[in-house]
Design a protein around this ligand. Structure first.
Ligand SMILES: [Zn+2]
Length: 312
């Protein structure tokens, strides 16, 4: 079955390989795995941990843009409207906007012009716009952050709340005039980590007509090592469905097999190690008792509807 994966840190990978003088990075590392896994759309994230400058942000976004542009035989550079059914839809996203310290409108407009269509204001850190899960729990969205969201809403850039702390989460839901996405977060009731969503947050996202992308990073699937697999991830889907979210479920695997350092291959669920293994999750959904239409909704239909509605 075809799958839309809302989140992979491919932008970060592209820049780090480019800095080692490598070229053709999407072709060399990514496109075959995506095809093999039946991925027909992917959010390619430019990921910023909190210390990066505007210069680095510009380099990363431009490098990813150029790489997508070089592969238009296999990739459709998706910026809105209908998704392509013959090529992999590549959408540029930004994770963390620590590089914005003033005049957010200018930078948001520049990102939009480059093709970025989903953005989160912070990663786990706290910055001039918003507060991530490792920041001060009493600090939420700032005035600059409110301006950022308002410009994103006007342009048609979707707000991603996956790394925000709870205060920022509620602030963003109040401020945003458009539905939001958690591109890669699971249910906290099944795995108690701060990046997963409480039932109250899940219900709020359902009411918001937003999306929740299920993530295959092992700690977000389960704290129990034997349960860090696609079967347990399907239980997160079941839990969110039981809260009324069958039309809000999506996928944001967050594969990290290509990253070095603290992240990397050992971060993933046992049978979802890289994009080529994505169909294991579809099989797990079947085993968990989801019917065909429900699985299509989770795999791509909900995302397709959301993107085609909100990115015209
Ligand atoms: Zn992330």
């Amino acid at each position: 079955m075809k799958i839309f994966d809302l989140h992979a840190d491919i932008g970060m990978h592209v820049l780090s390989q480019k800095n080692k003088n490598e070229t053709n990075i999407l072709k060399r590392y990514h496109i075959d795995k995506l095809s093999k896994g039946g991925i027909f759309g992917v959010g390619m994230a430019c990921f910023f941990e909190g210390h990066e400058t505007k210069e680095t942000a510009i380099q990363m976004v431009e490098s990813l843009r150029d790489e997508i542009n070089q592969n238009l035989d296999t990739l459709n550079w998706y910026k809105g409207g209908e998704l392509d059914s013959t090529r992999i839809n590549a959408m540029m996203t930004v994770e963390g906007m620590c590089f914005i310290n003033d005049y957010p409108e200018e930078m948001i407009e520049w990102l939009y012009e480059q093709g970025v269509r989903i953005g989160s204001l912070s990663w786990n850190d706290e910055n001039a716009l918003s507060t991530g899960v490792r920041g001060n729990p009493l600090r939420g969205l700032t005035e600059l952050g409110k301006r950022t969201i308002s410009r994103m809403n006007e342009l048609g850039m979707i707000v991603d709340i996956s790394h925000t702390n709870e205060k920022s989460f509620w602030d963003i839901l109040e401020v945003s005039s458009k539905p939001v996405i958690a591109t890669h977060s699971n249910a906290r009731l099944l795995s108690n980590v701060d990046r997963n969503l409480t039932d109250q947050q899940i219900k709020a996202l359902i009411q918001n007509k937003g999306l929740i992308g299920l993530v295959a990073a092992k700690k977000f699937v389960s704290s129990d090592e034997v349960k860090q697999n696609s079967k347990e991830l399907a239980k997160h889907a079941k839990h969110i469905k039981n809260l009324g979210g069958i039309d809000n479920l999506a996928i944001g695997f967050d594969y990290m097999d290509f990253l070095e350092g603290d992240f990397g291959r050992f971060s993933m669920a046992s049978d979802l190690q890289d994009a080529s293994e994505s169909q294991n999750f579809i099989n797990a959904l079947i085993e968990e008792g989801f019917d065909q239409l429900e699985i299509e909704k989770i795999a791509y239909l909900n995302v397709q509807r959301f993107l085609e509605d909100h990115l015209k």
